[in-house]
Write a new protein. Structure first.
Length: 313
């Protein structure tokens, strides 16, 4: 996919906020001294009176957003995933989740692909943390088109939403006329009868390449993009389990508590099926170039192919 247009979903987030800001004057953006990195600086330039820099005080920022949401404002709070889901977890849980307030969390720089920032900033646990909060919607878009659609959908949805965005530029894969984003609905990118690969986030593009290589070896692959981890499209997952022999999940997140866990929870209750989880094992990341780290941790097309091929070929 080297010749495909690539855009980091954090850029998509900033652009979408700017577009929505022109349509809705009750949309405010809060940031924790990271507007250049989270790309909310695009919104700040266009609407400085509606951009609030809360400083390096993420927990306080969540409280501010909670209060604003009770006054008819739709706040988008923005910082790195490590700080949004990690440092401010208590405030997200108690001040936003518990009262089910209309706050949107834009968490950038998630996962191993943060690269050189290293283990302290590579949050591979955020989806697990946010999934555990009752009533929290969790979205992990795969590309620019999906990310911008997710931001609009989050604005339109009434209630708390956690959105996960990346630092690494990823291929645009949803540039087809019939693409439609809907919270809680997965997208079947390719039909197949032998196995199903269920992927999320930047791993979707990698899974596409891996599926193409598997097809060349005679494996019929069904490929599903799950952009909404919670609520999970259980009907789509169960259908795939009923119609194919085995499920593989792929995510740039810990295999504990993320997409793989959500799929296993669903199928263990509704359609017991063998599931292989591809993701970050029970380990921390490390500093290094993003692309090389994705390869080392088996999250690129090569890694996905090797795991699936080892099981089915």
């Amino acid at each position: 996919m080297s010749d495909v247009k690539k855009i980091a979903t954090r850029d998509s987030y900033g652009n979408a906020l700017s577009q929505l800001g022109a349509e809705f004057d009750n949309l405010y953006v809060l940031d924790a001294d990271l507007a250049a990195a989270t790309k909310t600086g695009v919104f700040k330039k266009a609407f400085p009176e509606r951009h609030i820099d809360c400083g390096i005080a993420e927990s306080n920022m969540m409280g501010v957003a909670a209060g604003m949401s009770t006054c008819g404002i739709v706040p988008f709070v923005s910082t790195f995933a490590m700080f949004a889901a990690g440092r401010a977890f208590e405030q997200v849980r108690n001040s936003i989740g518990y009262p089910h307030l209309n706050v949107k969390i834009g968490a950038t720089h998630a996962g191993i692909s943060v690269g050189e920032d290293g283990a302290s900033h590579q949050c591979n646990e955020d989806i697990a943390l946010m999934r555990a909060i009752p009533g929290m919607v969790v979205i992990n878009p795969s590309d620019d088109i999906e990310a911008q659609a997710a931001v609009r959908a989050a604005y339109e949805y009434v209630g708390p939403v956690y959105m996960r965005f990346g630092r690494l530029a990823v291929p645009v894969i949803n540039d087809n006329a019939d693409y439609k984003f809907e919270i809680g609905k997965g997208v079947t990118l390719k039909d197949g009868n032998d196995i199903t690969i269920v992927a999320t986030g930047l791993c979707v593009a990698e899974a596409i390449t891996a599926a193409e290589r598997l097809e060349e070896k005679g494996v019929s692959v069904r490929l599903i993009n799950i952009h909404t981890i919670k609520p999970l499209d259980e009907d789509l997952i169960v259908k795939a389990a009923q119609e194919t022999k085995e499920i593989f999940t792929v995510e740039e997140h810990s295999i504990i508590g993320g997409l793989g866990a959500a799929v296993c929870e669903c199928l263990s209750e509704k359609c017991p099926t063998k599931v292989t989880r591809i993701g970050v094992k029970d380990t921390f990341g490390e500093s290094g170039p993003a692309v090389e780290l994705l390869h080392k941790y088996g999250l690129d097309a090569d890694g996905i192919y090797d795991v699936v091929a080892g099981k089915v070929l």
